[in-house]
Design a protein around this ligand. Structure first.
Ligand code: CP3
Length: 333
C-alpha cells in the first residue's frame, strides 16, 4: 500500500499525499537539459527516457506519486492522424479528408515503447510511491483533433456536436474505445491509479454532457475502475457535479476555482478529492505559497485529500518554490 492508494480507498491521512499535474516537464532543469537533446515525441516513445523523465520529480522533490511521462494525444498517429509538437505553438494534428472515420487503438502493437516505458518506470519506482497512468477524456482529445491543434472556441468539434450529433457520438465512442484500451494497457503495465484529463469537458452544454458524453465516459470509467482507482479531472466542472456523481470514479480532481465544500456537498465527505493550489502562486513568494497551502489544507479538512495544483505546473515555476509547497503540505496542522 502507498499513502496515495490509502487515501483513494477513503482512508484519511494525517498528512495528505502530494503530486503536481505536469510535474514531469519543463519546470525541471534536468527535463529541459534532456529535451535539448531529444524531440518531445521521441522521448515519449523511448522506454528509458520515459522512465528517466517520469522519475525526475520523484527524485528532485520526493513527491508521493509519479505521473507517467507521455501525452493525451500520443496515440493519434496510430489512428492515422499526423502529430507534431511545434516550439511555442503546441500540438499540430494532421487530419485526412474523411477524418471522422478511424480505427480503434491496439496499444500492445502500436505503443510498444510507451508501455515498456511504463513497465521500466514501475520497476524503478521507490517503495511507497504510486505510479499514475493517464489518458485524455474523449471530448478533450476531440477538441484538439477536430481543430487540428489548440483552439479557443472549438468551432469544428462543436459544429459536429450541434450539426451531426450521430457522427459526434460515433467519433466520441471510437475515441473512447481507444482511451479505454490505452488506460487498460497502462494498468496491465504497472499503473496503480489512472487519471482522466478532461481539461475541456466544462465547455459542453450541460444537456449535451448529460445526453451524449456521460454514457461514453461511463463505459470507460466502469471498465477502467475494475483494475485500479480512477481520478477524473477537468476545468470548470462544478455545474456538472450531479452528472459526474453518476460515474463510478474513485476521486475527483478539483481545479483552482472549485470549492471543496461544494464538492463534498455533492459527493459526500468520505469521497477522495484532489487539488487545488493555484499554479500561479508558485510564481509569487514562499510566504504566499505557505499561506495558500495552509488555506487549502483547512478547506479539505480531515477528509480524504490528495494535495495537487488546480491545473498543470507552469514552466517558469522555480523548483525551490515547488519544494516549499511540498514542505508546507507535510507540515503538521
Ligand atoms: O503531468 C505530467 O507531467 C505527465 C505528462 C503529461 C504531459 N501532458 C506532457 C507534456 C500529461 C499528463 C499531459 C496532459 C495533457 N497534454 C493535457 C491535459 C492536461 C492539461 O494540462 O490541461 C493536454 C490538454 C495535453 C495536450 C498538450 N501537450 C498540449 C496542448 C501541449 C502543448 C502546450 C504545452 O503545455 O506545452 C502539450 C505538450 C507537452 N505535454 C509537454 C509536456 C512535458 C511539453 C513538451 C515540450 O517539452 O516541449
Amino acid at each position: 500500500m502507498t499513502l496515495m492508494l490509502d487515501v483513494l480507498q477513503g482512508r484519511r491521512a494525517g498528512v495528505p499525499p502530494v503530486w503536481f499535474m505536469r510535474q514531469a516537464g519543463r519546470f525541471l532543469p534536468e527535463y529541459r537539459a534532456l529535451r535539448e537533446r531529444h524531440p518531445f515525441l521521441t522521448m515519449c516513445h523511448d522506454p528509458g527516457l520515459i522512465a528517466e523523465t517520469t522519475l525526475m520529480p520523484v527524485r528532485r522533490l520526493d513527491v508521493d506519486a509519479a505521473i507517467f511521462f507521455s501525452d493525451i494525444l500520443i496515440f493519434l498517429p496510430a489512428l492515422g492522424f499526423g502529430l507534431e509538437f511545434k516550439e511555442g505553438e503546441g500540438p499540430v494534428i494532421g487530419k485526412p479528408a474523411r477524418w471522422t472515420d478511424f480505427p480503434a487503438l491496439d496499444p500492445e502493437k502500436q505503443l510498444k515503447g510507451v508501455l515498456e516505458g511504463m513497465r521500466q518506470t514501475r520497476a524503478a519506482l521507490p517503495q511507497g510511491k504510486t505510479l499514475i497512468g493517464f489518458a485524455g477524456g474523449p471530448w478533450t482529445i476531440l477538441s484538439y483533433l477536430a481543430e487540428g491543434g489548440s483552439s479557443r472556441n472549438f468551432e469544428t468539434a462543436k459544429a459536429l456536436l450541434f450539426g451531426e450529433p450521430e457522427t459526434f457520438v460515433k467519433v466520441l465512442d471510437r475515441l473512447g474505445e481507444s482511451v479505454l484500451r490505452f488506460l487498460q494497457a497502462q494498468q496491465a503495465s504497472g499503473a496503480q491509479v489512472v487519471q482522466i484529463f478532461d481539461t475541456w469537458a466544462g465547455t459542453l452544454p450541460f444537456a449535451h454532457y448529460e445526453r451524449y458524453y456521460l454514457p461514453v465516459l461511463h463505459r470507460i470509467v466502469e471498465a477502467a475502475a475494475r483494475a485500479t482507482p480512477v481520478i477524473y479531472f477537468g476545468l470548470n466542472l462544478t455545474p456538472y457535479y450531479p452528472l459526474i456523481r453518476e460515474l463510478p470514479i474513485t476521486a475527483l480532481g478539483l481545479d483552482t476555482p472549485a470549492s471543496f465544500a461544494r464538492a463534498r456537498e455533492v459527493f459526500g465527505s468520505a469521497f477522495p478529492l484532489q487539488g487545488n493550489l493555484d499554479p500561479t502562486v508558485l510564481l509569487a513568494s514562499d510566504t504566499a505559497v505557505e499561506e495558500e497551502v495552509r488555506r487549502i489544507k483547512a478547506e479539505a479538512g480531515p477528509n480524504p485529500h490528495i494535495f495537487n495544483l488546480g491545473h498543470g505546473v507552469l514552466p517558469p515555476t522555480p523548483v525551490g518554490r515547488a519544494a516549499t509547497a511540498i514542505r508546507a503540505v507535510r507540515r503538521a496542522g
